[in-house]
Design a protein around this ligand. Structure first.
Ligand SMILES: Nc1ncnc2c1ncn2[C@@H]1O[C@H](COP(=O)(O)OP(=O)(O)OP(=O)(O)O)[C@@H](O)[C@H]1O
Ligand SMILES: [Mg+2]
Length: 445
């Protein structure tokens, strides 16, 4: 890039040559200096480009950090922040520069931050939960704080990095919920296993009782018929007059009294047989494991029928409040489901026998994966020690003769057989709640 100019002028002789020589040297020096300048400029441009590249890289790293970053000078004045911090506090980085570090935090935490600024000179600080001022209640962050030193090792300021706790908390809550669901599933599994082994036991007992009961029942039935014939025959014999010896025997054996007693005795025996037969039938229902006819149907009229049926047979007025969808697709046999809800409603009604205003709420709906019904009463609720056992066959809290303890066991069997879940809990506001859930299948509920 050198430029050389030769001067030609009017000076003559040696002095003219010397002057010319001096000029040439000056011009050559200027050329050299100029070339040097150009080289420096090129180098500077290269350095600038590298610097810009480094700056761009650092800026992109800072911008992609989800953690917040604040850099302060030795007086605690903000020098730089990243985008995450800008977003949380809602103020631009350019406006934050030069502000005192504590002013980025909520008023309650500012003294604590000033204290940290002093302590960090001695050692790095970890996991301090502080709230950044976001104009509302503040955003909690877990802060780590380290001293920044210059090339001579002198304290030059502070670097703070904080992880917003919202994310951590959300992750923790999700974990907690998953754990709770797992515990619930475990409990249900245990419960199902308990009920299944009870079912097997009960099925065996029911089978064993069924045979003798059947022949006792049919024999009693036959006896009733024979007795009718015999009394008719005796009446006839007595009507035609007996000899003295037969009359004496009739009186001694109290034949007339015995004949009069036979009918109520047989009726009692019949009733006893029928009751045992019903119990056996109930036990078989509870332990039924063979799937029966199952089809989709609307549960709403079934619920209304069950409630109307219970309300009709109770002596006092039972108020039933409904919160039901227009239709609720369900699965199984409507008659058997009506039996489930009749049992639950009957129990609710029994539990409120002493109340002046008995009331039940029937609430039903459908979520993404299950349809459900809840029946809540305003009675005393289920006693804590009974809660574990109410679905067991023959568990009853009622007085002798008032309940067999089979209603809920049978209902549990029907619900499980349909692939559903029957559970109970006490409501915070009082009374018991029975919940029936049925997973939704592809073909409707
Ligand atoms: N809504 C309720 N409030 C309070 N306790 C209840 C309620 N429902 C059921 N229970 C308790 O659960 C027990 C078991 O109920 P379950 O229906 O199995 O038998 P039961 O009603 O005693 O007799 P059964 O139904 O065979 O006539 C009841 O005796 C009662 O103690
Ligand atoms: Mg009952």
């Amino acid at each position: 890039m050198g430029r050389t100019t030769t001067l030609r002028g009017g000076l003559g002789g040696a002095s003219a040559t010397a002057a010319e020589q001096a000029w040439v040297e000056v011009i050559e020096k200027m050329d050299e200096t100029y070339a040097e300048l150009v080289r420096y400029e090129v180098e500077l441009e290269d350095k600038n480009a590298t610097l810009e590249e480094t700056q761009g890289f650092l800026a992109s790293v800072l911008a992609s950090m989800s953690d917040v970053l604040v850099v302060c000078d030795h007086n605690g004045l903000v020098q730089q922040v990243n985008e995450s911090l800008e977003v949380i506090v809602g103020v631009k980085a350019s406006e934050l520069a030069g502000r005192l570090l504590p002013s980025l935090f909520v008023a309650d935490h500012r003294d604590m931050v000033s204290d940290l600024l002093m302590r960090v000179r001695r050692a790095p600080l970890h996991d301090h939960e502080l709230r950044l001022d976001n104009g509302a209640q503040g955003t909690p962050v877990s802060m780590n704080c380290t001293a920044r030193r210059d090339h001579r090792g002198r304290f030059a300021g502070v670097v703070l990095i904080g992880r917003p706790l919202g994310e951590l908390r959300r992750a923790y809550e999700a974990l907690h919920q998953a754990h709770e669901e797992l515990k619930g599933a475990q409990r249900r599994l245990l419960e199902a296993e308990k009920m299944a082994s009870l079912g097997r036991l009960v099925a065996g007992v029911a089978h064993e009782i069924n045979n003798p009961v059947s022949f006792v029942y049919s024999n009693v039935y036959a006896l009733c018929r024979y007795i009718k014939h015999l009394t008719e025959y005796l009446d006839c014999v007595h009507g035609h007059g007996l000899g003295a010896a037969q009359e004496a025997l009739r009186a001694r054996l109290r034949i007339d009294h015995t004949v009069a007693d036979i009918d109520p005795l047989m009726a009692g025996a019949m009733e006893g047989c029928e009751r045992v037969r019903d119990i056996v039938q109930g036990l078989r229902e509870f332990s039924a494991s063979t799937p029966r006819e199952t089809r989709p149907f609307d549960l709403v009229p079934v619920l209304r029928r069950a409630a109307a049926w219970v309300a009709r047979v109770v002596p006092h007025t039972l108020v039933v409040e409904y919160d039901l969808p227009e239709t609720l697709m369900w699965r199984g046999h409507p008659g058997r489901w009506q039996q489930v809800f009749t049992n639950i409603l009957q129990n609710a009604n029994d539990a409120m026998a002493d109340l002046a205003a008995p009331r039940v709420f029937i609430h039903a709906g459908q979520d993404a994966d299950r349809a459900w019904v809840e029946v809540r009463d305003v009675g005393p609720g289920i006693p804590k020690d009974a809660m574990e056992r109410i679905f067991e066959p023959f568990f009853t809290g009622k007085r002798v003769g008032e309940g067999l303890g089979l209603g809920l066991a049978i209902s549990y069997g029907i619900v499980s057989e349909a692939g559903g879940l029957l559970s109970a809990h006490n409501h915070d506001g009082g009374g018991a709640v029975f919940r029936v859930e049925l997973p939704v299948t592809e073909s409707g509920a």
